[in-house]
Design a binder for this molecule. Sequence first.
Ligand code: SF4
Length: 162
Amino acid sequence: MDVQDTERDVRVVLEGVPFRGIIDRIDREDHAVIVADYKSGKAPKKRFAGDKIRQVLLYAAAIKEADGELPSKARLLFLGQETIETEVSEETLIEPLERLKSTWDQLNVACTSNVFPTKTGPLCAWCPFVTHCPDGEEEVRQRFRGKRVRHDAPALEALSLI
Ligand code: SF4
């Protein structure tokens, strides 16, 4: 296996969406191209690695767009742990590319209408915008009442809950 490139800065248009990625490593193995992304943190089980796999598949799509060669595999290298690998094909790229396009379309609709729907959850308790976001504030208050928020979450002090 040869390391062909590291920290490759790729800027392309995928399905009409401007896309930029910095790809940690590109290997060449038996004449096939493999894109790899380093990950810190705990390695998830493969079935829970969906978002991360989607990201590295988009890197593969970007390399195909930039170089004209479709990588054969995409890898997530969890430092000091395991490697999660997935095959790359035109078929495996369909779902990540559709999602990218859908997210881009939603973003454009939001920018045009100036309406940005909230997506509340546990991270609202760490969000610096919580005092400007009624939905997020309500989420934190509910979690606080249900004792479902960590005592060191910054939003508790920002909302005068502690
Ligand atoms: S507080 Fe509002 S802006 Fe912040 S994460 Fe929650 S929903 Fe999103």
